[in-house]
Design a binder for this molecule. Structure first.
Ligand code: PXP
Length: 244
């Protein structure tokens, strides 16, 4: 099972201060070096984290595939057609949401989404559609002629009781099998953390998991100590120089 690492929240931290660090491109290279199979970056219409220059830079420096997460907005599709990522994952986007809130509605938005899919495919970009684990959505994805879908694990990740966790898990498992039977490759993602990932990773036919927030968050705990030590050793070196 492959791991796609979403580096959006490195850019969130950069944008919070308007500095040029932390650089999501450098962070993506760290992820690549550590074994990420692909890098996911979401160029949102409001540019709240990843910026246009980031996706171009990611495409040029990464050795692993770039999976560009994006809405079907024409301006964003134009940019993707210039960046030419390995894959584009289409997601719904609302201005006020904290993060992607649900899957695309392929039933309601078929024609508009199909136009974006066709434009991307015409440029040779593989397309994945982020959808909820429902047969009706999977059937429409098949009709669109995409090679992959990404099942939204948001509800599963948010479930709190054993009963609701199992209920949401069964929905995903059923949707995975339904998709595989229709020759669609399956990725899963959204809200997965170091605990919830275990159950999803047990579904063998899932090809890829895309995870961001929990990995970037964990890096604070396992990296912050080292960052403090580095700063302290700079100060210690200064003190020693002064005392000489
Ligand atoms: N997959 C998709 C389609 C997403 O929209 C997101 C969030 O940007 C992710 C995966 C990663 O989700 P998280 O950051 O919660 O791990």
């Amino acid at each position: 099972m492959k791991l796609g690492v979403n580096i959006d929240h490195v850019a969130t931290l950069r944008q919070a201060r308007g500095t040029d660090y932390p650089d999501p491109v450098l962070a993506a290279l760290v992820c690549e070096y550590a074994g990420a199979d692909s890098i996911v970056a979401h160029l949102r219409e409001d540019r709240r984290h990843i910026q246009d220059k980031d996706v171009f830079a990611l495409k040029s420096v990464l050795e692993v595939p770039l999976n560009m997460e994006m809405s079907i907005n024409n301006e964003i599709v134009d940019i993707a057609c210039k960046v030419l990522p390995y894959r584009a994952t289409l997601v719904p986007e609302k201005r006020r949401e904290l993060t992607t809130e649900g899957g695309l509605d392929l039933v309601l938005g078929f024609d508009r989404i199909f136009r974006a899919v066709s434009r991307l495919q015409d440029k040779g970009i593989r397309v994945s559609l982020f959808i909820d684990p429902l047969a009706s959505q999977i059937n429409k994805a098949k009709k669109m002629g995409v090679e992959m879908i990404e099942l939204n694990t948001g509800r599963f990740s948010e479930a709190k009781t054993k009963v609701s966790i199992n209920k949401e898990f069964e929905k995903i498992k059923k949707a995975v099998n339904f998709s595989i039977e229709r020759n669609l490759k399956v990725a899963c993602g959204h809200g997965l953390d170091y605990e919830s990932v275990k159950k999803i990773a047990s579904i063998r036919s899932v090809e890829e998991l895309n995870i961001g927030h929990s990995i970037v968050s964990r890096s604070v705990y396992i990296g912050l100590g080292r960052a403090v030590e580095e700063m302290n050793s700079l100060l210690a070196a200064k003190k020693t120089k002064k005392n000489k």
